[in-house]
Design a protein around this ligand. Structure first.
Ligand code: ADP
Ligand code: MG
Length: 722
């Protein structure tokens, strides 16, 4: 019956509201749980501090000679904050964060204990990481991997109910140096991009060039569902999305949720999350309701990509753990509810340095405009040449529900430039920059660009990759994903394109060609050969899907099964290995790991569909049939004519559902595949459609069966009761 549903509603409606905490001063909270540079300065000898600071700025690994002093200072600070344990935090190829905890405790020969943390433990840890997915790397090379502090990301204290832990962000590599994690390639991609960007900046005539880094600000969407409901939905608990559920009568069609008032209970939750984030030095900035009921967004201010990536992982962790405290379940799945808007993560990305500033900002003088156009041109070439790679790095079973589903960016990767920038490139293509829509005659290196709008009103929300005034916004990233993969891909294709540009510009200027002429020539080549990727229109439309593929030669990789094999293509293998970002072995291990994750997640969902259909929905339907048939028979006995249509309908739906459940069950027995690719395609073509069909009949039953027999919390309940 529906006892657990009713129980849940009773619990929720009778709960004591969580009292809002007294607001604290931001200055008191900010980064108080982070071992910042200024805390190091306070506690380290001058020369040690100077050396650490330099290491941090250059991103080199910490010199073991000074590691001991740093470790002691870090430990003393952590203990003063109540930490008894430390953990090397690393980012395996799942989208999760992993930690191994160790105590500071050290037993002496006389049996007494002291707290201890040697430099070598800071610089290098040895997690028993053999259970993390690694696509076979470690069986080919070395059994174990080790972690090492990434000095560019500061250590921090994580408070939990079980006490506080000093957390040290680390890379995770095999003994032979293969990257087993998501952080190592990100650091390498930044280095490659820095090298290429410096070449370009040099040939553009800059003499003082600081290291170029990428920046990231990720907007995170999520759903909150009351834990009482979530706990009686095996699909939400195990798969993070509803595998069944009839769409509610009131959905998001009224559009009254977007930017609406945040429910009080949610607001208290958000404030709690923000306080934690501020303590960790994470600049949470905006919060609002999203399109769907029960959907919200949090966006931090942008930071250096590496730090932003670690912070993004912490934001996801914090949302999940704080949600539990507040009686919610936080859903980071890309499509928790069919028919209701999904969740994404918009990754805002730019590159820049301390001397030239943001290189994607058009600026206000001819020199910086020319620079901007060169970087922009490099991105256009990169996205055109390697668009399928961008599709591959956002390919997951869960994101497949969203991409191309008429509410999220299409699976075809194109660039939106906005009218004015598009106009500028159009003129470069025509060979003469006459003028722009808002300005008179213009010539690269002489005039300045029109002011490019950055306001949200001008945004094209149907584009997967959009220029937004001083950055690009990769909008197709999944809400539950680490941002590392997308950032690696963007930095890598930019590095490749900048090297290509630098080659051209260096050759031309060496021949004596005037720099501005060389720039215009190379930009014309970019727009002539790669302009097909620029699209300002409606990315959801039928026409675009046809035109993109048939006329422009762009690829439409609809599913993960289509997209992941891109990682094996020769051009992609070369791209990563030439730039020293991922060796062929490292790249192959990523393909294998992600393909395996895809296969596993579809299989888990299929098994859940089978068990929920059999153990929850079938019993409800047959009980209802018993009720109906008893009524019908009883009425017939006393001579009352009763309509049997409902009974026929329910029994028909039940039979069809159970037939499909059997088919789904036997489809899972097929294990004979030549490759992972073949296995993935089988899941897309055979297993997923069967799951959808089972659902169709089950949702049909939800519309017929008496509410007091229905076991699963409904969409209405989960989305609207808070
Ligand atoms: P919207 O929802 O309109 O896209 P938000 O303000 O929610 O805008 O998010 C914008 C995100 O972009 C923020 O995280 C912000 O810090 C980030 N951002 C702004 N400028 C840059 C930049 N130059 N590089 C990277 N990220 C940026
Ligand atoms: Mg945005």
């Amino acid at each position: 019956g529906n006892e657990s549903r009713m129980q849940a509603i009773y619990q929720i409606t009778n709960r004591e509201p969580m009292p809002p905490k007294a607001p604290k001063r931001l200055e008191d909270l900010w980064a108080c749980d982070v071992f910042t540079l200024s805390k190091m300065q306070e506690s380290l000898p001058k020369d040690v501090f100077k050396s650490v600071k330099k290491t941090i700025q250059t991103g080199e690994s910490l010199n073991i000679d000074i590691a001991d002093s740093v470790a002691v200072a870090m430990k003393d600070w952590a203990i003063s904050k109540g930490a008894l344990y430390y953990a090397h935090v690393f980012y395996p190829l799942t989208n999760a964060t992993a930690e191994k905890h160790d105590g500071f405790v050290s037993v002496q020969s006389d049996g007494s204990v002291i707290s201890e943390f040697a430099g070598k433990l800071l610089v290098q840890g040895e997690p028993d990481g053999s259970s993390f997915p690694n696509g076979g790397i470690r069986s080919t090379f070395e059994a174990r991997g080790y972690t090492a502090w990434d000095v560019t990301s500061p250590a921090f204290i994580m408070e939990t109910d079980n006490g506080s832990t000093l957390c040290i962000p680390t890379v995770f590599v095999s003994w032979t140096g293969e990257a087993l994690d998501k952080k190592t390639p990100l650091l390498r991609s930044n280095a490659a991009m820095n090298k290429a960007a410096t070449r370009v900046l040099k040939v553009l005539g800059n003499s003082n060039i600081a290291p170029v880094n990428s920046s990231c600000g990720a907007e995170q969407e999520y759903f909150l569902v009351d834990a009482n409901f979530a706990n009686s939905r095996p699909d939400l608990l195990l798969a993070g999305r509803t595998l069944f559920g009839k769409p509610p009568a009131k959905g998001q069609q009224f559009d009254d949720h977007y930017f609406g008032a945040i429910p009080e209970r949610v607001q208290v939750f958000m404030q709690d999350v923000e306080e934690k984030l501020y303590r960790l030095g994470i600049p949470a900035k905006t919060r609002h309701n999203e399109v769907a009921p029960g959907q919200f967004e949090i966006a931090p201010y942008h930071e250096a990509a590496n730090v932003a990536t670690d912070h993004q992982q912490l934001i996801m962790t914090m949302l999940k753990t704080m949600a539990k405290k507040h009686g919610f379940m936080c859903l980071l799945h890309e499509k928790p509810f069919a028919g209701i808007n999904g969740s994404g993560k918009h990754v805002n990305w730019s590159v820049g340095n301390a001397t030239q500033g943001n290189l994607l900002d058009p600026g206000d003088n001819p020199h910086s405009n020319a620079q901007f156009l060169v970087f922009c041109g490099a991105i256009i070439r990169g996205i055109h040449t390697y668009g399928p790679l961008l599709r591959a790095v956002i390919a997951t079973a869960s994101n497949d529900h969203r991409l191309g589903a008429n509410e999220a960016p299409p699976a075809i990767i194109s660039i939106y430039l906005g009218d004015q920038l598009q106009d500028v490139f159009e003129q470069i293509k025509q060979g003469n920059l006459k003028g722009s829509k808002s300005k008179g005659v213009m010539h690269i290196g002489v005039d300045t660009l029109p002011i490019l709008p950055t306001d949200a009103g001008d945004r094209n929300r149907t584009s997967p990759f959009a220029f937004t005034g001083n950055r690009f916004e990769f909008r197709a990233v999944g809400s539950g994903q680490s941002v590392a993969g997308p950032l690696v891909a963007m930095n890598t294709i930019l590095a490749d394109s900048l090297n290509w540009m630098a080659d051209k510009l260096e050759t031309e200027t060496a021949k004596g060609t005037e720099l501005n002429v060389a720039i215009q020539t190379v930009l014309k080549e970019v727009i002539d050969n790669h302009g097909a990727v620029v699209f300002n229109g409606n990315g959801y439309s039928e026409e675009w899907h046809k035109m993109a593929v048939e006329e422009r030669g762009l690829r439409n990789l609809r599913t993960t099964a289509d997209a992941l094999p891109v990682l094996n293509e020769e051009a992609i293998v070369k791209l990563f290995s030439n730039l020293g970002i991922l060796s062929p072995v490292e790249l192959a291990s990523r393909y294998e790991t992600y393909a395996e994750q895809y296969i596993k997640s579809i299989e888990v969902e299929a098994k859940l569909v089978i068990s929920i259909a059999k153990k929850l929905i079938y019993p409800a339907a047959s009980r209802y049939l018993t009720d109906l048939s008893t009524t019908i028979a009883g009425l017939k006995e006393i001579g009352v004519d009763f309509d049997t249509e409902c009974a026929h309908k329910v029994s028909g739906l039940t039979k069809s559902m159970m037939d499909l459940v059997s088919k789904l069950e036997s489809s899972l027995h097929n294990e004979d595949f030549d490759s992972m690719e073949a296995h993935m395609q089988y899941l897309v073509k055979t297993v997923r459609p069967l799951m959808d069909d089972v659902r169709k009949y089950a949702d049909g039953l939800e519309a017929e069966v008496a509410d007091d027999l229905w076991p699963l919390p409904t969409y209405e309940e989960m989305l609207f009761i808070k």
